[in-house]
Every structure is written in structure tokens, then in C-alpha cells.
Ligand binder design. Structure first.
Ligand SMILES: NC(=O)C1=CN([C@@H]2O[C@H](COP(=O)(O)OP(=O)(O)OC[C@H]3O[C@@H](n4cnc5c(N)ncnc54)[C@H](OP(=O)(O)O)[C@@H]3O)[C@@H](O)[C@H]2O)C=CC1
Ligand SMILES: O=C(CO)COP(=O)(O)O
Length: 311
């Protein structure tokens, strides 16, 4: 067995999440190289002899970084771990699908869970999921990040795990609006629960398993992000409810709120595939400036009455 000090991990993206993941792996004794397009080290040097490549790049940079990585030689054993929570606007692909298409013979692992980076940086306890169709690759990623403060579970449904983390960002924007308008605990519970129904409906279209959405990377991350002012997506909704414009909010937001772009991709896909996503649609209209937060609420409350489930 190779000693952990001999395993080199390249982490791409030195933002809030990339830096947190780097610290977790460093604490476990791994050799970690962190890359950012603004940093002094070249991508080539960071990738040299890396056994594991972790991507914590915002969605908008994923395709560009993937094509850069393709131009460097990598061992066929290299495992890719993707931690981005977004969707590609051009292809509606998930980040793991982009990595897997570019590197068809490599193992790709998705890392996703209720993981607000500021809490993890403070060593508060948290759990996450690493998912791959190749079980040994997920187990390898599990070893890299597990610690007494960070509990890592494996899962065989990478797209389900990835979509849980991605789709909840749109519901988190709605949850921020709900709290910003002081609509109460009942409203929040209804919103999050019906949001999960929407997530499952479109997630199943992608081929994700329903049970995955009831786990840490689905319901777990939905609860964390919809209830924390640390979430950038929640902040977008909360501040819009306070009367700020999206442009004003994004100009001052620390880091990336992926839910804004994800929402646009989802609305297009839902229309094409005839999938009902009322909360996502109202979040989209709000972000576009087509409705006020109160109008979005009224639109949702005044929809046709119906059974809870269409059995
Ligand atoms: N923060 C969190 O709590 C968590 C975040 N995530 C997910 O991780 C991803 C990153 O989030 P986070 O670290 O918070 O975001 P940040 O905004 O803090 O960092 C984003 C990183 O992506 C890089 N990047 C953006 N565009 C490009 C590009 N075109 N080419 C190369 N690099 C690029 C940025 O580089 P540069 O600094 O040069 O701009 C930066 O290193 C998101 O998808 C997010 O949803 C997942 C779990 C937790
Ligand atoms: O994904 C996250 C927590 O799991 C981070 O949420 P935000 O991107 O909304 O800050």
C-alpha cells in the first residue's frame, strides 16, 4: 500500500471550497498542490504526477479548465474528483459528465453534501458523500477527506449525488426570499418539502435514483443551504426580498452563487421536457425582474389545488 505522503493531490480552484478541501487532505498527510488561474504555479506543474485531481472550479470555468487539463499527460490511473455544484448552460451537462466525457477511461468521483465551507474551515463537524460508478475510486476519495471532524460516505449514484447539490441551490434562493419576507416556519417547511419534490422530479429525468435525494447530498444539503445565512444562494434570495437588485447583490457577494445560472438551465430543460417546476419557475422570473418576491409567492399559493402526489 502506498503511504499517504506519496500520494499527490492536485486541487483545481483555490476559492472557498477548493481551499477547504485542500486543508482536509493536508491534515491527513497527503501532498497537496492547489491551482488557481491567478496563482504562481502552472497547471502543468500542479498536475505533474498527481494521482488524484480534485476540481472545485465554479461552473462557469469547468469546460475551459477540463480542456486545459486534456492537453497534459496524466497516468491512466488518475482519479478525478469533482466538487462543483452547477450545470453547463450550453449542454445542460453536470460537471462529472463533462469530466467523464473528456476522460472516458478515467474514474470520476462526485463529492457533494451539506458542506458550508466556512463551518468546515472552523473544524465544525460535517458529513459528505463521494459517489462513483467505480467503487474503489469512491473509497480512495473517502480516505483522502475522512477525519474525526468530516465523515465521508460512499454512494454508487454519482449523478444523483451531484444533482442534489446542484438543484438545491435554486430552492435555497427561494428559502432566502421566504425568510427575507418573514413568511414563517410553516411556509419554509412547505417550500423546502415541495422543493424536494421538484428536485426529485427533474432528477429522475436525468436518471438519478429517488433514494439518493433523501440522503446527505439531497435533503441534507437542501436543509443546510435553505437554513443558513452563510449560503450565498440563500443570501441572493434574502437580499432580493429586502429590495436589492440581483446585480447589486452579485457585485457584493463573497464567491459564487451557482443557483442563479442553474435556475436558467433548469427552466429551459423543464420546458423542453414538459416537467412541472413551479418554484424554480418563480425563482427564474424573480431573478429576471419579471415578478416581485410577493408576486412570486402569490403565484405559487394560487396554483390549482391538486393531490399531493400523482400516484
Ligand atoms: N463554498 C462552499 O461552501 C461550497 C461550494 N461548493 C461548490 O464549489 C464550487 C466553487 O465554489 P467556491 O469555492 O465557494 O467559489 P469561489 O467563488 O470562492 O471560487 C471559485 C473558484 O473557481 C475558479 N474559477 C472560476 N472561473 C474560472 C475559470 N474560468 N477558469 C479557471 N478558474 C475559474 C476561481 O478562480 P479565481 O479565484 O481565479 O476567480 C476560484 O478558484 C461551486 O460550484 C460551489 O457551488 C460546494 C460545496 C461547498
Ligand atoms: O453548497 C453549499 C453547501 O453545501 C454552499 O452553498 P452556497 O454555494 O449557497 O454558499
Amino acid at each position: 500500500m502506498i503511504a499517504v505522503q506519496e500520494i499527490t493531490i492536485a486541487i483545481l480552484g483555490a476559492g472557498a471550497w477548493g481551499a477547504s478541501l485542500a486543508n482536509l487532505a493536508i491534515a491527513n498527510g497527503y501532498t497537496v498542490r492547489l491551482w488557481s488561474r491567478r496563482g504562481s504555479e502552472t497547471l502543468k506543474a500542479v498536475l505533474q504526477d498527481a494521482q488524484i485531481v480534485v476540481s472545485a472550479i465554479s461552473m462557469k470555468g469547468v469546460r475551459d479548465v477540463v480542456s486545459q487539463v486534456q492537453s497534459f499527460p496524466l497516468s491512466p490511473e488518475t482519479i478525478f474528483v469533482t466538487a462543483t455544484k452547477g450545470l453547463d448552460p450550453q449542454t445542460t451537462r453536470t460537471p462529472s459528465q463533462i469530466w467523464q466525457t473528456a476522460f472516458p477511461s478515467h474514474a470520476v468521483v462526485v463529492l457533494s453534501g451539506p458542506n458550508l465551507s466556512q463551518e468546515i474551515q472552523q473544524s465544525l463537524p460535517a458529513a459528505t458523500v463521494v459517489a462513483s460508478s467505480i467503487a474503489t475510486a469512491a473509497e480512495q476519495a473517502q480516505l483522502v477527506f475522512s477525519s474525526p471532524r468530516f465523515r465521508v460516505y460512499t454512494n454508487p449514484d454519482p449523478v444523483g449525488v451531484e444533482l442534489g447539490g446542484t438543484l438545491k441551490n435554486v430552492i435555497a434562493i427561494a428559502a432566502g426570499v421566504c425568510d427575507g419576507l418573514q413568511l414563517g416556519t410553516n411556509a419554509k417547511a412547505a417550500l423546502v418539502t415541495r422543493g424536494l419534490t421538484e428536485i426529485i422530479r427533474i432528477g429522475n429525468f436525468w436518471g438519478a435514483k429517488t433514494e439518493t435525494f433523501y440522503g446527505l447530498s439531497g435533503l441534507g444539503d437542501l436543509l443546510a443551504t435553505c437554513n443558513s445565512p452563510l449560503s450565498r444562494n440563500y443570501q441572493v434570495g434574502y437580499q432580493m426580498a429586502g429590495g436589492k437588485t440581483l446585480t447589486e447583490i452579485l457585485a457584493n457577494l463573497p464567491g459564487t452563487a451557482e443557483g442563479v445560472n442553474t435556475c436558467e438551465v433548469l427552466v429551459q430543460l423543464a420546458k423542453q421536457q414538459n416537467i412541472t417546476m413551479p418554484i424554480t419557475e418563480q425563482v427564474y422570473r424573480l431573478l429576471q425582474g419579471e415578478v416581485t418576491p410577493r408576486q412570486a409567492l402569490d403565484e405559487l399559493m394560487l396554483r390549482d389545488i391538486k393531490p399531493e402526489y400523482n400516484y
